[in-house]
Ligand binder design. Sequence first.
Ligand code: HEC
Length: 220
Amino acid sequence: MAMKLLKTLPALALLAACAGDPDSPGIEYMPDMYRSPAVEAYVDYGQDPFYFADSVVKRQRTTQSVRRPPAGTVPFAADAAKAGFNFPYPYPNSPEGYERAGAELKSPIPLTQATVDHGKVIYEKFCQHCHGVKGQGDGNVVTKGNYPVPPAYDGAQLKDLPEGKIFHSLMYGKNVAMGSHAGQLSREERWLVTHYVQYLQAGGRLPGAGADTTATAATK
Ligand code: HEC
């Protein structure tokens, strides 16, 4: 019995060696069946030495598969009317930038019932859970947890906040509790939701054409 075990042990040890690295495919018989040559963006094809001579591999390793745009270029806009949304935002994330945006920055989109309605759809998805259905600062996140209460849009603190400051706060966030929404919403979407905030500032009415000028003048 003991002899038998001694005889089989080396065989077992050999078998165990095959399973050393569980991620290893073992001996690659016909490597092109293991490694697909599909060409995709962001992949450095220089990494696969099975397909290229060393010189090609070296050249490819230093070549980017996707090119970075030259500095100072803006993305192409098929719709010329929307090209402005791709221009750099001129106001820095500072108290001065906030004040300047409040005084100078105007929505490039006319404020109409249609843009307010569009902004409402965005608001319901991105803002309502904190700011509440009517912008009273009573969203579920606030009422159910220990989250800071946002001021009401039509309250003393925010009812005259100019559109440029609303947009600026969406761009960079405001203090710690209100995050930047530049990553989630395009420039155009941020203006549309700004229109809905203006609608709530006016107590759920479409603000008249003169209302914005008064608001801006009051905070200057
Ligand atoms: C996670 C909760 C939360 C979300 C989501 C959120 N906000 Fe806020 N927001 C706050 C809080 C809290 C404040 C008050 C910040 C302060 O003044 O310290 C605030 C402030 C603001 C202000 C006033 C900014 C200023 O300059 O004083 C505006 C306008 C605003 N939010 C609009 C929005 C819009 C529009 C959205 C959706 C795109 C949104 N917020 C999403 C919590 C939130």
